[in-house]
Design a binder for this molecule. Structure first.
Ligand code: ZN
Length: 427
């Protein structure tokens, strides 16, 4: 028997392959190694974080051209190249992807509202308790959309009124290609902020890459400021801006500083910034972004200027998209300007500014230092004075004043204080 085995191992030359008795790996070890290879393969794809759920979410997103079937096909291709004898099934690959990774293929839909989803899953009792919050949420959602429709109508007939909606598109990967050799490569993130004139239907597309700037409030503010400058030059006096309520980009003190600066510099009669309710951000920019996605799907794009060309050619009908390719000189430092303003924290009633609840902000020509803030589209305006430092009265001081007042009134009641009389007679 041994002789037959030895002979069967003899290859075409005189070499005999080594004796493998006792050296075969156990099936469980093989599976362990295979699972490790799958993990490494999943980790080899470049990911991006989402624009919509930065806060509190660790979820990362894979390129839009990928899906689980494609990833598994690529895995099999790699293993075939390695001349692997056994390859894990797609079930094992998918199970590992779903149970061990927090990865998604598309940025979360704008249609999905976390608040609405969690409300739908509450018990009847809990629903009853939170009904008023749910109603407020949907009332404000409807109000901002009604306001946008009204502004849109006014802008169509009044040239002094500009209503504009701005939004960041999902990150555009560069290079952008379906060639599998490029799928695993680290991509350069290209950013695209579109500003859509609701009156004329004209979109202006600002394009830059991560080597020039991130997509923070300074860059977004700079793009909007440049847009407002052009609007001022053509005689616009009333501005109504609409955007999502992303705290890192639009709803913060630096973006407000930009609005204050634009208002002061260009003398707009009124500049207003309205925020869509989180999770209900559908707007006109979505169609701009969808057109760009559709047109670029089968294009090979290798640089940011290629993206700019693809975007400018994306819309076949008029008005065509106006594309602005930004360089490092196109940024203002609104963070530095904010340092010259004195107050972003307390309103004139000494109430803390609730940045995360702001639904709308307004600055008028009469006093650009006063920001009129709405926390609810049907409630009153709160006023924030940017030029006046307001100090918060410490609770300890307030308590001590109250105690002293109580002691004083008690002493007066008990007639322990002598009566003071002041004689003003001039005898
Ligand atoms: Zn909702």
């Amino acid at each position: 028997m041994f002789v037959f085995t030895a002979l069967s191992k003899k290859d075409e030359g005189d070499h005999i392959s080594p004796d493998m008795r006792g050296r075969h790996k156990k099936m469980s070890d093989l599976m362990k190694e295979e699972r490790e290879r799958i993990r490494a393969h999943i980790r080899s794809f470049p990911t991006v974080e989402s624009h919509y759920c930065r806060k509190g979410s660790e979820r990362l997103y894979l390129g839009a051209s990928l899906n689980l079937a494609t990833m598994y096909r690529l895995y099999c291709e790699t293993r075939h190249k390695e001349q692997a004898v056994t390859i894990a099934s797609s079930t094992v690959y998918c199970e590992l992807f779903r149970t061990e990774f927090n990865l998604g293929f598309h940025n979360p839909s704008k249609d999905r509202c976390d608040f609405c989803v969690s409300f739908e899953n509450l018990s009847l009792d809990e629903k009853d308790k939170q009904k008023h919050l749910y109603n407020d949420h949907h009332r404000n959602k409807a109000r901002v959309q009604e306001k946008k429709i009204k502004d849109k109508e006014e802008s169509r007939t009044n040239k002094k009124k500009l209503s504009v909606c701005f939004d960041l598109q999902e990150v555009l990967m560069t290079p952008h290609s379906n060639a599998s050799v490029l799928i695993y490569k680290r991509k350069l993130n290209t950013f695209h902020l579109s500003l859509y004139d609701l009156g004329s239907g004209q979109a202006v597309c600002n394009v830059w890459h991560e080597g020039i700037a991130a997509r923070g409030s300074n860059k977004i503010g700079s793009c909007v400021f440049d847009y407002l400058k052009c609007a001022h030059e053509r005689g616009v006096e009333f501005v109504s801006l609409y955007s999502d309520s992303c705290g890192g980009q639009n709803r913060n003190k630096y973006f407000l500083t930009m609005l204050w600066y634009a208002s002061t510099k260009f003398g707009f009669s009124q500049i207003e910034h309205n925020f869509f309710i989180k999770g209900h951000n559908k707007n006109e920019n979505d169609s701009v972004h969808a057109t760009i996605e559709r047109v670029s799907k089968h294009l090979d794009i290798y640089t940011t200027p290629h993206w700019a060309s693809a975007i400018s050619a994306a819309k076949r009908t008029k008005p065509h998209y106006i594309v602005k390719e930004l360089d490092e000189h196109c940024s203002f430092d609104f963070k530095q300007v904010a340092g010259h303003l004195k107050n972003f924290d307390l309103d004139v009633d000494r109430q803390k500014v609730q940045w995360l609840n702001i639904k709308s902000m307004k600055i008028t020509k009469e006093n650009p230092n006063i920001v009129h803030i709405l926390y609810d589209y049907d409630a009153r305006y709160h006023q924030l004075n940017l030029a006046l430092r307001i100090r918060k009265v410490h609770q300890k001081v307030l308590r001590s004043i109250k105690t002293n007042m109580m002691i004083y009134s008690l002493f007066v009641k008990l007639k322990l204080f002598p009566k003071f009389t002041i004689n003003f007679s001039t005898s």
